[in-house]
Design a protein around this ligand. Structure first.
Ligand SMILES: NC(=O)c1ccc[n+]([C@@H]2O[C@H](COP(=O)([O-])OP(=O)(O)OC[C@H]3O[C@@H](n4cnc5c(N)ncnc54)[C@H](OP(=O)(O)O)[C@@H]3O)[C@@H](O)[C@H]2O)c1
Length: 255
């Protein structure tokens, strides 16, 4: 059953919610009363997230699309609109890192292009598909996802990923300026390292301790930390907040 209904009567799409941060956002939004389209490419993982939402009394559907392909996003949008209705809250979360950190001249052109495509272009294409309907309805709420990698140079951040995420930040701010008069808000969340299942496997315990030391709040972030920030931005508590980049970083980023 919904927790306290902060997103009651809202329809939300969270891209990249088959796992990780997106799954946490989808589940929290559903607990707060939103009908949620759960999205990704892995049908089995999507079914598990949808089932969890439904078992908790929420409403969800699952959709598959490669968000680097506009035609697939358009097909997905039409399916969601048919089944749930037009989207009120769009969380463009799908993305990831496609290269190792390292010297720029050793970064492959393919890695560069994959990073731009899978983050900046994917976010652009997702918003491009859903924005006309929001403008027509003169309502909507868009949340994009950057990274602490885009907030300051860091040797552990792959340059293509950092650059793509920095692009998402200014895209979000330009968008916020354009669509504010239509009653649409657009904000960006920039998380530091989050202990998703994937990162738990990737980052050994010893390395985690060193990472924790970089945070004034002495722990790493959880998917739920990011989900709570997304809920705030999506909710009516934030109706006068648009065009911000919200660092969800335990104090490790202060811009
Ligand atoms: N985890 C962190 O520490 C961290 C920190 C800062 C920023 N971020 C950002 O937060 C977002 C979520 O990260 P995460 O760690 O939760 O990632 P994750 O566990 O790797 O999950 C990524 C999600 O995005 C989907 N996805 C990726 N590319 C896609 C594409 N081209 N088309 C469709 N779906 C696609 C995946 O779908 P399938 O798996 O079903 O294919 C999956 O649902 C990303 O934008 C990431 O850059 C993460």
């Amino acid at each position: 059953m919904p927790d306290s209904g902060l997103l009651k009567d809202n329809i939300a799409l969270v891209t990249g919610s088959s796992r990780g941060i997106g799954a946490a956002i989808a589940k929290l939004f559903a607990r707060q009363g939103a009908k949620v389209a759960v999205h990704g490419r892995d049908a089995t993982a999507l079914s598990a997230v949808r089932a969890e939402i439904e078992q908790a009394g929420g409403r969800a559907m699952q959709v598959i699309a490669d968000v680097s392909k506009f035609s697939e996003i358009e097909t997905m949008r039409r399916r969601i609109e048919q089944e749930l209705g037009p989207i009120d809250v769009l969380v463009a979360n799908a993305g990831g890192s496609f290269t190792r950190p390292g010297p720029l001249e050793e970064t492959s052109e393919e890695g560069w292009r994959a990073s731009l495509d899978g983050n900046l272009t994917a976010t652009f294409l997702t918003i491009k598909s859903f924005l006309p309907g929001m403008k027509e309805r003169r309502a909507g709420n868009i949340i994009t996802v950057s990274s602490a990698a885009a907030r300051r140079p860091h040797p552990g951040s792959p340059i293509p990923y950092a650059a793509a995420k920095a692009g998402i930040e200014i895209l979000t701010q330009d968008l916020a300026a354009q669509v504010g008069p239509y009653g649409i808000r657009a904000n960006c969340i920039a998380p530091e390292t989050i202990l998703t299942e994937r990162n738990k496997q990737r980052i050994p315990e010893t390395e985690r301790e060193a990472l924790v030391d970089l945070h004034p709040i002495r722990r790493l972030g959880t998917p739920n930390d990011v989900a709570q920030a997304a809920l705030y931005l999506a909710s009516d508590s934030a109706t006068w907040i648009t065009g911000i980049v919200l660092d969800v970083a335990g104090g490790s980023v202060m811009v």
